[in-house]
Design a protein around this ligand. Structure first.
Ligand SMILES: NC(=O)c1ccc[n+]([C@@H]2O[C@H](COP(=O)([O-])OP(=O)(O)OC[C@H]3O[C@@H](n4cnc5c(N)ncnc54)[C@H](OP(=O)(O)O)[C@@H]3O)[C@@H](O)[C@H]2O)c1
Length: 340
């Protein structure tokens, strides 16, 4: 089987390599073997290859295969798997090691894909929509009954668009931040009713203050961090919350520099890795939301480009390209019958 591996952390375009080995893994009790067709390249996948982020484990010397989600067909089920999954198209998450031809996951992590959802959309069906669910809950808690307003960074990102669409649907006042004019054009086209502000404008913070009214933002959803954090906290109204869920930016902001105490501010993190802590009922509800989103709004799960697994180095470079729109996919050749 083919798999992408790295034996040390570093620049993904340098440390990732394709390996071909005989054989394939076997599912244990309660597990299924998925023959993968499509897997996304998420920013978090690249950060895990690079390492060095606080809270992430360093890699030991064992080869590691990146990837946390993907879609394919269940080829084999282990003992005790009661659901009729063999032969079905599924999306899998959390599924560590999806940048390979096969992955073995607990059967409950293999989510059947409706016929009307294509392979590429199915490959993007879980991580970002479930992140949206987690962010939605964090925003609800931060608003604590208030109407908003909410500010978000990297609004042109795949997750940012889900947030914008969700805000539009729920009437949540949202101010979108992007770092450049090209990104701003795209977000304005997609969400003409929402303000879009470019952080390279000298007066961008004043523009945000005007857009959020006198009281400032009740919550800022941020995946940029670094030195931008200080400015973002300045946009919060008293009692507001900075929700941090990514680290695309550079530089640092010291916690002690922030006026947390005097202004009663909250800083909190959100990670999809805590999604598995939700109750089985909550997870079933969240998965139903994700599947429904894939069925009804596939345009929100945009594909930037498709690369064969063997072209992983080109794929990871594309995934980091400024101005990219959507998510880069890693594909496997279609089996007989063809990928949808
Ligand atoms: N916490 C979680 O569980 C979780 C789950 C999923 C995603 N995330 C995070 O969510 C973020 C977005 O992920 P995604 O998959 O939606 O990303 P994506 O589709 O790859 O888009 C990346 C976006 O970030 C912008 N960007 C890149 N570097 C930036 C910088 N230094 N300053 C400002 N904007 C920058 C890009 O803008 P341009 O158009 O200008 O290039 C682009 O719009 C990432 O930080 C990711 O790690 C977190």
């Amino acid at each position: 089987m083919r798999s992408v591996v790295h034996t040390r952390q570093g620049d993904p375009a340098e440390v990732l390599e394709l390996r071909e080995e005989d054989g394939r893994p076997r599912p244990g009790a309660g597990e299924v073997l998925v023959r993968l067709r499509v897997r996304p390249v998420h920013p978090g996948d690249l950060i895990a290859v690079e390492g060095g982020l606080p809270g992430l484990p360093d890699q030991d010397s064992q080869p590691r295969t990146p990837g946390v989600e993907g879609m394919g067909v269940v080829e084999e089920a282990g003992a005790d798997v009661r659901a009729p999954l063999v032969g079905r198209r599924v999306a899998a998450f959390p599924a560590p090691g999806t940048w390979a031809e096969y992955v073995v996951v607990p059967a409950e992590r293999a989510v059947p894909v409706p016929d009307e959802v294509g392979d590429d959309t199915a490959a993007l069906m879980l991580v970002n929509p479930l992140t949206l669910v987690m962010l939605h809950r964090a925003v609800e808690q931060a608003l604590d009954g208030h109407d908003g307003p909410v500010v978000q960074t990297a609004a042109g990102s795949s997750v940012g668009r889900l947030v914008s669409a969700h805000a539009e649907r729920h009437g949540l006042p949202l101010v979108n931040l992007v770092r450049g004019a090209a990104g701003a054009r795209k977000v304005r086209e997609m969400f003409p009713g929402q303000p879009v502000i470019v952080t390279s404008d000298a007066d961008w913070q004043d523009q945000v203050r005007r857009a959020t009214g006198g009281g400032g933002a009740r919550a800022v959803l941020d995946c940029v961090g670094g030195s931008l954090t200080r400015d973002l906290v300045g946009l919060l109204g008293d009692g507001g919350t900075l929700i941090s869920y990514g680290r695309l930016g550079s530089g640092v902001t010291m916690l002690d520099e922030l006026p947390l105490v005097n202004r009663g501010l909250t800083v909190r993190g959100v990670t999809i890795w805590h999604w598995t802590d939700r109750t089985p009922e909550q997870r079933a509800e969240d998965l139903a939301f994700a599947v429904d989103l894939a069925r009804t709004s596939p345009e929100l799960l945009e594909v930037a480009a498709r690369y064969d697994l063997a072209d992983v180095k080109a794929a990871v470079k594309h995934a980091r390209r400024p101005g990219k729109s959507g998510t880069v996919l890693l594909t496997s050749p279609a089996e007989t019958g063809g990928a949808r």
